[in-house]
Design a protein around this ligand. Structure first.
Ligand code: NAP
Length: 446
């Protein structure tokens, strides 16, 4: 691995990288099948990723013809890292076993450890015999749509394929490791003006927000639209508000601290609600919601932007869905991709049908959407909300920070990159985009 890293750091040509022998094992973060019941009987909040996430050597899997080995310079924590590490809502080994039954190549994934991680930036080391568009030495970021191109369902919108998966969550050999095994159709160019860690954090959340708010597959924004964004400094929300601003809309960001309010103002979001300070209690108790509280929230939104939201960007789920459906404007769209606080959702259907609102489900992004979202990062039009960086050995602590909502934006993880700040190939573009804007979340986190 040291030889590979030195060659990558020296900028060795692709032909040279391709000749280097691959190691038999590599360093990776993983959960273990025999520990999948370790948190049984505990509340979600008590389940500690620092106990379930391990870092150690694992065997390098064989390379399939349509795949690439990538030397991972940096990766990122996603909320699915949290889900995998606390074995909720299900241990991920069931996903791996199902993939294992598909083919000889699928069988590689069904192991007693799961190398997780659904984001990465790095350098292509080797490509399989069927790979045409990428070669050793290419600097890349990786998106997490893991698609079987022999499934007819994948050829309209690959997110509609019956066996569509999320790499590093529903498949093994993910990005929180020194080497990632990916399909060639997960590769995208690395933004040349960003460091490895800035480049590593975007693909999953940026592409998801893009599909939800920009693609015709989501609830595309029109100029002037009011868009309510929950968790507006979180992983998804920090991209969502940028898309609303870029698209000529008016974001209303909801956050939970004065610090996050300041951060949104610095990002250019004028209308911000601190949900903790406002003290909304949408649920009176475990079973009953409070329409008066939905109404108070709606009034607060109108006071800020004059109208009800055309679009609600939903992901907290059970805690907020009733309020989201209520506050959306007549004919408005609630676009949802998640349910962090609980997936059994309740809302008052009268407000949905009488006011002709739509709830739209969305999940990650197809290759085209991920590519277009990445292009905007490459052009400096969407900024990476990197707020903190941890070494791979501290992946448990980094995941704990996200689990406990102690973070802002995205947390990066250094894998092979020996230190932060490396990987910038286009300093002129970086200067044009603005160092201060690129590092806004880092500076804010202090
Ligand atoms: P994140 O970085 O933790 O941000 C989520 C934000 O939501 C938090 O910072 C928090 O902001 C807010 N929040 C959390 N619980 C809340 C509650 N009960 N009520 C109101 N706001 C709440 O996570 P993320 O990366 O944005 O992901 C969010 C969810 O989306 C996760 O469940 C994740 O698994 C899912 N996801 C799905 C997809 C997909 O393709 N389907 C893709 C990415 C993520 P404040 O405390 O500041 O309000």
């Amino acid at each position: 691995m040291d030889t590979i890293l030195q060659a990558v750091l020296d900028g060795a040509p692709g032909e040279e990288l391709a000749q280097l022998p691959m190691p038999e094992t590599y360093r990776a973060a993983f959960v273990r099948r025999d520990e999948a019941a370790m948190f049984e009987g505990m509340e979600s909040a008590e389940k500690d990723p620092r106990k379930s996430l391990h870092v150690g050597e694992v065997a390098l899997p064989e390379l399939a013809p349509d795949e690439a080995y990538v030397a991972v310079m940096a990766s990122a924590i996603n909320f699915n890292t949290v889900w995998t590490s606390i074995f909720e809502p299900l241990p991920t080994f069931g996903f791996l076993d199902r993939l294992g039954k598909e083919s000889r190549w699928g069988a590689r994934h069904a192991l007693n450890y799961h190398v997780l991680g659904s984001d990465a930036s790095g350098v292509v080391l080797k490509v399989g015999s069927a790979v045409r568009n990428w070669r050793s030495g290419d600097k890349v970021t990786i998106h997490c749509n893991f698609v079987d191109d022999q499934d007819p369902g994948a050829h309209d919108d690959s997110m509609l394929a019956a066996n569509q998966r999320i790499w590093g969550f529903e498949s093994n050999f993910g990005g929180l490791a020194d080497i990632a095994l990916v399909k060639a159709n997960q590769l995208m160019p690395k933004p040349a003006h960003l460091t490895w860690e800035e480049a590593a954090v975007n693909a999953l959340c940026n592409s998801t927000a893009y599909r939800m708010l920009v693609s015709p597959n989501g609830a595309p924004i029109k100029q002037g639209d009011r868009v309510l964004v929950w968790g507006a400094t979180g992983g998804l929300g920090s991209y969502a508000v940028q898309y609303v601003l870029n698209g000529g809309g008016i974001p209303i960001g909801v956050v939970s601290s004065p610090d996050k309010v300041d951060l949104l103002h610095e990002l250019g979001v004028e209308a911000v609600i601190d949900r903790k300070a406002a003290g909304y209690r949408f649920w009176k108790d475990e079973f009953h919601q409070d329409e008066a509280e939905w109404r108070r929230f709606g009034k607060d939104i109108r006071a800020l932007v004059g109208e009800d939201p055309d679009i609600v960007f939903e992901h907290p789920g059970r805690s907020t869905m009733g309020a989201s459906v209520f506050v959306a404007k007549r004919g408005g769209i609630i676009v949802t991709c998640a349910a962090t606080s609980g997936y059994m959702i309740e809302y008052d259907n009268r407000h949905l049908w009488m006011k002709l609102k739509t709830i739209k489900g969305s999940h990650f992004a197809n290759y085209r959407e991920a590519w277009d979202a990445n292009r905007l990062i490459c052009e400096g039009k969407i900024l990476p909300p990197l707020s903190a960086v941890y070494p791979l050995e501290e992946v448990g602590e980094a995941t704990y920070q996200v689990h406990k909502n102690l973070h802002e934006g995205k947390i990066g993880v250094l894998c092979l990159a020996p230190r932060q700040g490396l990987g910038i190939d286009d300093p002129e573009l970086r200067a044009r985009v603005g160092e201060d804007r690129i590092t806004l979340f880092r500076r804010h986190e202090g």
